[in-house]
Design a protein around this ligand. Structure first.
Ligand code: AMP
Length: 362
């Protein structure tokens, strides 16, 4: 089976690595020859929305998939006749625009934060009056890891927010006073079979995921998260791994966003589950049976941000797995992660605290 992956970041790299034992051979498309994916599989060099490059990748692949979901639907549409695009274009398009995404969630009776589209300063002022303060002004498209966001706390912040971010294509969301952030990752096969990973509890700093712990044992939340994930997957005739991130507000789930791909909060499944999210994504899009998502213990995944920490110090911790994506250090950049897997949550938490002492985020 030949899989073409649009985007050669760390998600693509881990996908290609998961593909080798299955006999799945991946080829990437991305701009730089030293992208993380290119370190483990062949790459075509070009822009991710270049029609000729995409057609070339499609001609070398039985199925096309994504490490990066922001490829314009218009660039993918011409390929639909010649290759399978999994996940489907509709899922990518819905996730590319926060407004479209929230409309989809609402249509499927999945709670979202009260929000309003903002295209000029008067609309922003009206939105803050209608929805109240505090709130978050975000770009509708291409925002990630807290980029393209501004928290508006007081009426005076409106002007500041507008001068920093002003323009068309924004969304204002009511601030969610959450007790926790959780995410669910699942996979749907071509035949419509669905498997779900246990919930992960995610800790962010400055909008970027710092660490996740899983399984997050909360049967009621897990049941609801599964129901919501299934609704989205079924509505989109989804194939592959899909992630939804939620805020837990007064014990209820409020959907923040979805990712039509493997997700950072699912990296723990490499060591922490019978079948990783990367393998299950490939199994799903290649028409293979899905693998068990049973957890093998209590896991924690910590992101390396900015630079890779002292490897040997971390490797000295029992049950720790180290992942270096081979990226140049840069502030705020995800350059690697480590996963801790232990028999009990108490043990996991102890080693997590030890590991956190060796990791500086920059
Ligand atoms: P996002 O890019 O939407 O995933 O946002 C990144 C992070 O910013 C989230 O994981 C939250 O920690 C925080 N955040 C985003 N939107 C809101 C909101 N409406 N209320 C409170 N915190 C938010």
């Amino acid at each position: 089976m030949r899989v073409g992956i649009v985007g050669a970041g760390q998600l693509g790299q881990m996908m290609a690595l998961a593909g080798y034992p299955l006999g799945v051979r991946c080829t990437f498309l991305d701009r730089a020859a030293d992208s993380p994916g290119a370190q483990v599989a062949p790459i075509l060099i070009g822009d991710l929305d270049d029609p000729a490059r995409l057609a070339d990748l499609a001609s070398r692949s039985d199925v096309l998939t994504f490490d990066w979901e922001n490829v314009p639907g218009s660039a993918l549409a011409p390929l639909e006749g010649t290759t399978s695009i999994r996940p489907p274009r509709a899922a990518l398009e819905a996730s590319q625009d926060r407004l479209a995404e929230k409309a989809l969630f609402s249509r499927l009776r999945i709670p979202v934060a009260a929000h309003a589209a903002v295209d000029d300063e008067a609309q922003l002022l009206a939105a803050t009056r209608k929805l109240g303060l505090p709130g978050v002004l975000k770009t509708r498209r291409l925002g990630y890891d807290g980029k393209g966001q501004f928290v508006i706390r007081t009426p005076d912040d409106v002007d500041v927010a507008w001068s920093r971010m002003g323009g068309a294509g924004l969304i204002y969301e009511r601030f969610q006073d959450f007790s926790r952030e959780v995410s669910i990752v699942g996979a749907r096969s071509v035949r419509g079979e669905i498997v779900y990973y246990p919930l992960a509890a995610n800790t962010h700093g400055g909008g970027i995921l710092r660490y996740s712990v899983a399984p997050h044992a909360n049967a009621a939340l897990e049941r609801t998260a599964r129901t919501y994930l299934k609704r989205v997957m079924s509505a989109l005739s989804y194939v592959g791994v899909l992630t939804i991130e939620f805020f837990v507000v007064k014990g209820r789930l409020v959907a923040n966003e979805m990712a039509p791909r493997v997700h950072n909060s699912g990296h723990w499944t490499i060591e922490g589950c019978v079948t990783s999210q990367f393998e299950n994504h490939l199994r799903a899009i290649c028409g293979m049976p899905l693998g068990s998502t049973r957890p093998l213990g209590h896991a924690a995944m910590i992101n390396f941000l900015g630079r890779v920490p002292d490897r040997d110090r971390l490797l000295a911790l029992e049950g720790l797995a180290f992942h270096d994506y081979g990226k140049e250090p840069r502030p705020g950049r995800k350059v690697g992660h480590c996963t801790i897997l232990r028999k009990t949550a108490t043990e996991r938490n102890r080693v997590l605290q030890q590991a956190l002492r060796s990791i500086e985020w920059s």
